[in-house]
Design a protein around this ligand. Structure first.
Ligand code: PRX
Length: 656
């Protein structure tokens, strides 16, 4: 098994048609229909989205202007009023869906729970009242730091219901990382749990919250709401900390959804970039609701009879858009799973599919590679015949893993939708429609209707077919990020200035390299900036470098990604030490632990290499290209003439 190589991708010629019986019953029945829809949307994107917004969502008040585009700032459905929690819950209660399973939760160890739309609505209304009673108002921010339990979705929907923006922080992040995010978002309240179960261990979430808030380090936070999950003993700070179940039991279940302005902030989600601290990506209500609704519906051919399961964590955008908002807005049954694949339970995913009759399964290439390694005897021992559509997200999928997914899990009957998108895009940008788009292993295929994508050079000139370039989006779309929280300048610089406007048209710079083939299919080649993807988790190399340098032993650090069979990429750190420290394995371990403490276990360096000096240009810039090559174990080739001191490179090579 290998990671995607240019050769394997360039030689990939296989084409898989959607199964005829699947297309026959779908809303979009053929590639010709997709192309017609695409052409219609391209001719007038605003009119296309307006028609769908009217047809698919409930509005308390209709908008006046569909799109107000003052580059790079977009507003969609200006003047419109709606509430996404209403669209995800209330409107289904007047239909037969009232008693349909909205959320099926499979917990660890062995717990499970199903909430119908009526039950979920009730819990969300109660929680919304709890938040109000604790002084949370429309426009406030609420931090959510939770395990994968139904209360995480309830908390998000309750915030949305009263118009408070949520900021979910992945439960694997450290107290330090949590604090940074709470401070930046000026969160008024944090919702957490006493702990969670992860990989056969108990994770002490509340303790991390206590550490994050210690010494009044996040002064905006007035209260902490704690779900009782593990029942491990925890500290409850008098006057600050409250139990979820106690307040929930007392709260009224009557809480009408607040009519929100279409452009009111729905949530802030922090993500890594190539510079500085993580950015708070801001998503607003109307455009995000419509776009996640439409992409979930058409990409997955989502039906009322589906049991849909996305294995992501709600701490990431995938969990926001495709566990919670997209599926629920469609009235679907969405499965939420607390576990992760691990050697002690190599069949866990397949058990969930068999137990609930999952029909649509959406996961990440890193998980697929893990399963390949665990062996096909595990899926083969389960009944997976309920499956009809498979999906993948987060990193390029190598054709070998794609074929395994297709054959072993999909039994050659299930289309695979490889969805390219980002925290910033809110929803799928380039992805097949399961019922309509022929697929090629390793390609995310074509843009979603209404999405105008291109591959260009740094001047914005379109790249010829099959030549690599930078992936850009050339027209605003409803769920695009509106800004970086509190830093509009960074928003402009990060996404809109790398490639200057071309013929007056602004180009959204995605940060990914891509190639478009002669059929107009996109092949994502990976990040072109200093962002790496470890097991599909997005990390900024700068953040890890800052974490390393904050240790007293470290003088200088350079972090690069190196290829890893399972994780796709791993963190490889080059470190020079302060004078009084000497290199040792014990110090390596200490530094790894230090990074875990600063950021979280997902950022733990796979390898640390000590060096006397780092290779730099004459102007003092670290030559990452050389370090990446060294980290991958390959020989340095190409131009090294800008290197200030060649002996540095020789020394690093010898260290291997
Ligand atoms: O590099 C691309 C990669 O993940 C990045 C976005 O990361 P994040 O904001 O954490 O969102 C991940 C889930 C949407 C992208 O810039 N990426 C995401 N999906 C794919 C992908 N790379 C290749 N193929 C994909 N399907």
């Amino acid at each position: 098994m290998s990671n995607p190589t240019i050769e394997s991708i360039l030689n990939e010629k296989r084409l898989f048609q959607p199964p005829a019986e699947l297309s026959a019953q779908a809303e979009i029945k053929s590639f010709a229909e997709y192309e017609a829809l695409y052409a219609k949307a391209k001719a007038d994107p605003a009119a296309f989205w307006a028609e769908l917004a009217e047809r698919e969502l409930h509005w308390f008040q209709k908008w006046d202007t569909t799109l107000d585009w003052q580059p790079p700032f977009a507003k969609w459905f200006v003047g419109g009023k709606l509430n996404i929690s209403y669209n995800c819950l209330d409107r289904h209660l007047t239909t037969w869906r009232k008693n349909k399973a909205a959320l099926i939760w499979e917990g660890e160890p062995g717990d499970s729970r199903t909430l119908t739309y009526a039950q979920l609505h009730r819990e969300v209304c109660q929680m919304a009242n709890v938040l109000k009673n604790l002084g949370v108002h429309k426009g406030d921010r609420v931090g959510i730091y939770m395990p994968m339990i139904p209360e995480a979705a309830i908390a998000m929907l309750a915030c949305a219901r009263i118009g408070a923006a949520h900021s979910v922080v992945f439960g694997g992040f450290s107290a330090e990382a949590l604090r940074d995010r709470l401070v930046d978002a000026e969160a008024k309240l944090v919702i957490t749990a006493d702990g969670g179960f992860r990989k056969d261990k108990v994770v002490a979430l509340k303790e991390q919250v206590d550490n994050a808030l210690a010494n009044n380090a996040a002064p905006s936070v007035k209260n902490v709401l704690v779900v009782q999950r593990t029942k491990e003993p925890i500290h409850m700070e008098a006057g600050r900390d409250r139990w979820w179940h106690e307040l929930q039991a007392e709260a009224s279940a009557d809480c009408p959804a607040e009519p929100m302005d279409s452009e009111d902030t729905l949530f802030i989600l922090y993500t890594s970039g190539s510079t500085g601290k993580p950015k708070g990506v801001v998503h607003t209500t109307g455009g995000y609701n419509l776009y996640t609704h439409m992409t979930a519906k058409w990409t997955f051919d989502l039906k009322d009879t589906d049991v849909y399961w996305c294995t992501a964590d709600v701490g990431w955008i995938t969990g926001h858009s495709y566990i919670v908002y997209g599926p629920l807005s469609n009235g679907a049954t969405t499965v939420m799973y607390e576990g992760v694949p691990r050697p002690s339970n190599p069949g866990c995913f397949w058990d969930v599919i068999e137990k609930y009759g999952v029909t649509i399964f959406y996961t990440a290439p890193t998980a697929i590679r893990t399963f390949i390694k665990m062996g096909e005897q595990h899926p083969n021992a389960r009944n997976l015949s309920s499956l009809r559509i498979l999906g993948t997200v987060g990193e390029p999928i190598n054709p070998e893993a794609w074929m395994w997914y297709h054959q072993v899990i999909g039994k050659e009957r299930c289309p695979i939708v490889d969805t390219w998108w980002q925290t910033e895009t809110g929803g799928f940008m380039i992805a097949p429609l399961a019922s309509a788009t022929p697929t090629k292993p390793g390609s995310a295929t074509r843009p979603f209707p209404g999405i105008l994508a291109d591959v260009v050079d740094l001047d914005g000139n379109p790249a010829p077919d099959n030549e690599g370039g930078y992936l850009v989006i050339t027209h605003p779309w409803p769920s695009m990020l509106r800004t970086v929280y509190g830093d509009a300048d960074r928003f402009r610089k990060t996404y809109w200035e790398h490639i200057p406007p071309k013929d007056g048209k602004y180009l959204y710079f995605a940060g990914d390299g891509a190639r478009r083939d002669e059929d107009g299919y996109f092949w994502i080649m990976g990040r072109v900036d200093d962002v790496i993807s470890v097991s599909g988790h997005r990390l900024g190399t700068m953040e890890i470098e800052s974490a390393l340098v904050s240790h007293p032993a470290v003088a200088e650090a350079a972090v690069v990604g190196c290829p890893d069979e399972l994780k796709g990429e791993d963190v490889f750190a080059f470190v020079t030490l302060e004078g009084t420290y000497t290199a040792s394995d014990a110090l390596k371990d200490e530094l790894k632990k230090h990074v875990v403490g600063e950021i979280g276990a997902i950022a733990r360096p796979g390898e640390i290499r000590f060096a006397d000096a780092l290779p730099k240009t004459r102007s003092g810039k670290i030559m990452r290209r050389l370090l990446r090559t060294l980290a991958s174990g390959a020989e340095i080739s190409g131009d090294t003439s800008t290197l200030e001191d060649r002996t540095v490179l020789d020394a690093l090579r010898e260290e291997r």
